[in-house]
Structures are given as structure tokens and as C-alpha cells.
Design a protein around this ligand. Structure first.
Ligand code: COA
Length: 273
């Protein structure tokens, strides 16, 4: 694990083509401060430019929590304008993650509450341990989710379940959440990291540009009218179709091989023929 970049609240570790980020405030169950949010933003900026990283994985330091939400001690001190700015900053960083060109995985090892749950939902995939707990406790504090949770929850689990989670404020087990449909892989706590890495490594086998364009196209579903979505899909299909990687992938099938998308062989897969 390295902190040479000067990041301390967000540790970064390169595991082959996977970058593991660890939210590192374990004594406060990794609750987010504005400084932590800014650091996450900086790390994402750096990873966006790092062609050696194909997949981003996020977890929390310690055994107990992924992230237990926004830092309540700091929140109490804010006036409504400061709270507005805090929500805008959180939304900006989490939606940067939502639209990130590389696939993202939340490796949820414990409490994912409030802003921590929003962080997990902003990732493309959630790999959770059987001891993980998810929830929006804001309503029990007479507040509401503010980093995109009300919108993301509906996208990720549908209106009925989103209302259940937001309006009850209860903690839900990972087994319950698996049934809600937003947990992709469930593992025992000791096997969480190997299960998440195996999932990440599968994702990293695919061509990065095809992954980016597939993610962007799927993200637009439900945000634009169906006909516009279909037009976008056809246009994006055509853009990707012109890449060296797409040609190689189709030819590989014709010769009954798998395309070789290894980093050293195909560093600029988006380059057109
Ligand atoms: N903000 C600030 N500090 C937090 C925090 C948060 N969201 N969540 C946990 N902490 C701190 C606690 O204050 C405590 O600090 P202390 O040791 O200095 O007193 C430390 O983390 C450990 O938490 P603790 O509450 O003692 O652990 P627990 O096992 O008894 O309970 C939780 C765990 C997650 C159930 C409980 O900490 C909790 O409900 N946290 C708040 C979750 C929340 O409402 N998030 C949404 C915020 S908008």
C-alpha cells in the first residue's frame, strides 16, 4: 500500500491493472470530511489519466466499516449555505465516479451508510461481505440523503425499494440487499478481497474503450427518451466499430480465438484503423 502521492485519507494500491482505493479514517468508521472528498476527487483525476489502471476498486479501512456516511460532527457546524455547498461537492465527486470512464467496484466490508451507501451506489458494481450493512439513516436524524442517494437508489433498485430504504432509515443486511438487486457478488468476510479482485480481473480483460462506451451508453438509459437512446446506441456502436480492438475482437471470433486485450499488446485500443 502506498501513500507516496501524498494522499493519506485515500490510500491507493496498484494490484496489476486494478487500482484499490482505501478510504482511510477507521477511527471514525471512514466518515467523509470535505478534505476526504477533495482527496478522492484528486485521486480520481490522477487515475483517469493512468492507462495502466483498467478497473477502480474502493473499500474502507478497518474491519467494521466501508464508509459510515458524511462526518456528522462537521455537518452540525455548517449553516445551510455551507451544507448546500457540501452536497454539491459530494454530488459532483460521486457523479464523476458514476460517469468514470473505467469500471468501478465498491468492495463493501462493513457499514455502508448515508454518504457511504451513496458512494457504493455510484460505483458500477458492489461486491459485499456477508457482514456488510447498507442504509440511509438520514431520516432518523431528521435529514435526507444529499449526495445523490435519492436519485441513485431509484436507478439501482427501483422506486419501491428505494422508498423503503430512504423512508425507513433502517440498516439492511447484505442478504436483503442482494435480493434488492444492487449487490453483484456476495462473499464471506475473509474471501471478500479475493472475490472482488477476481471480479475486477474479469472486467479488466475487456477492451477499455469498448468498456467506456458501453458504460456511457447504458448510463443514459432512462435519462433520455427511448428513441434518442437507441440513436445514441447505434452511433456509439459505430464509433467503437472503427477501433482496432473491435476489428481484432470480431476477427478473433472468426478464427475461434479470444481477443488479446492485454495492456502491453494493446495500449491504445481506441486508435482507429
Ligand atoms: N460521522 C462522524 N463520526 C462517526 C460517524 C459519522 N457518520 N459514524 C461513526 N462515527 C464515529 C463515532 O462517533 C465514533 O467516534 P468516537 O469513538 O470518537 O466516539 C466512532 O466513529 C465509532 O463509532 P461508534 O458509533 O462508536 O460505533 P458503533 O459500532 O457503536 O456504531 C454505527 C456504528 C455505524 C451504527 C454508528 O456509528 C452510526 O450510526 N453512525 C452514524 C451513521 C449515519 O447516520 N450516517 C449518515 C450520516 S449523514
Amino acid at each position: 500500500m502506498q501513500t507516496a502521492d501524498g494522499y493519506s485519507l485515500v490510500l491507493t494500491e496498484q494490484l496489476g491493472t486494478v487500482r484499490l482505493l482505501t478510504i482511510n479514517r477507521p477511527d471514525k468508521l471512514n466518515a467523509f470530511t470535505p478534505a476526504l472528498m477533495r482527496e478522492l476527487d484528486d485521486v480520481l483525476e490522477e487515475i483517469a489519466r493512468d492507462s495502466a489502471t483498467r478497473v477502480v476498486m474502493i473499500t474502507g479501512a478497518g474491519q467494521k466499516a466501508f464508509v459510515a456516511g458524511n462526518d456528522i460532527d462537521g455537518l452540525i457546524e455548517m449553516d445551510s449555505v455551507e451544507a448546500y455547498r457540501d452536497m454539491q461537492r459530494g454530488q459532483r465527486v460521486l457523479f464523476r465516479l458514476y460517469e468514470f470512464a473505467k469500471p468501478t467496484i465498491a468492495m463493501v466490508n462493513g457499514y455502508a451508510l448515508g454518504g457511504g451507501f451513496e458512494l457504493a451506489l455510484a460505483c458500477d458494481f458492489i461486491v459485499a461481505s456477508d457482514t456488510a450493512r447498507f442504509g440511509f439513516p438520514e431520516i432518523t436524524l431528521n435529514t435526507i440523503p444529499g449526495w445523490g442517494g435519492t436519485q441513485l437508489a431509484v436507478k439501482k433498485m427501483g422506486l419501491a425499494r428505494a422508498k423503503q430504504m430512504v423512508l425507513t432509515g433502517r440498516h439492511y443486511t447484505s442478504a436483503e440487499c442482494r435480493a434488492f438487486g444492487f449487490i453483484h457478488v456476495l462473499a464471506s468476510a475473509p474471501e471478500l478481497k479475493s472475490a472482488a479482485l477476481a471480479f475486477a480481473e474479469q472486467l479488466s480483460m475487456h477492451d477499455p474503450f469498448a468498456m467506456e462506451i458501453a458504460k456511457r451508453t447504458v448510463n443514459r438509459a432512462g435519462e433520455i427518451p427511448l428513441n434518442a437512446g437507441l440513436d445514441l446506441e447505434a452511433a456509439n456502436y459505430a464509433v467503437n466499430f472503427g477501433t482496432t480492438a473491435a476489428r481484432a475482437g470480431l476477427r478473433a471470433f472468426a478464427t475461434r480465438r479470444k481477443p488479446n486485450n492485454a495492456l502491453t499488446d494493446n495500449p491504445t485500443s481506441s486508435k482507429s484503423k
